[in-house]
Design a protein around this ligand. Sequence first.
Ligand code: DQA
Length: 151
Amino acid sequence: MHLLLLNGPNLNLLGQREPGLYGRQTLDQIETSLCERACADGLTLECFQSNFEGALVDRIHQAMGKVDGILINAGAYTHTSIAIRDALLGTAIPYVELHLSNTHAREPFRHRSFLADRAVGVICGFGPVSYDLALDGLVRHLRNSASGGKS
Ligand code: DQA
């Protein structure tokens, strides 16, 4: 099973950016640990981060037919981007939306997501552990679908 982790704008600053909210782990550390978890479970995981909406849209298009599932922390684009929503729906790749912080406990403009209603699921508020939980949830969903929903 081949998976893709997408991170949106400002997530390259993890470790330095508002550590009280987002923790001290860098994106590189989060990606390395998630790749190790994926690998231990016989999966492959590719990681991509961009501060540009179009680059994220392009990466989603490239995943079509090659990737079984997407984990996405779209950062602020979660709350604004119809283009990323359309790319995810257009490729029909199952995805899990995730956030380090609990976006529902923050400013009202972070309560809206353009991705959530069509996601397999949404995980938020667990810091870097949100990535682990999102991976587990997505893999269980994909394995369950592959076995015809029997497990
Ligand atoms: C975030 C939450 C978003 O509202 C914010 O714009 C981010 C990070 C999170 O992981 O908690 O950039 O996606």
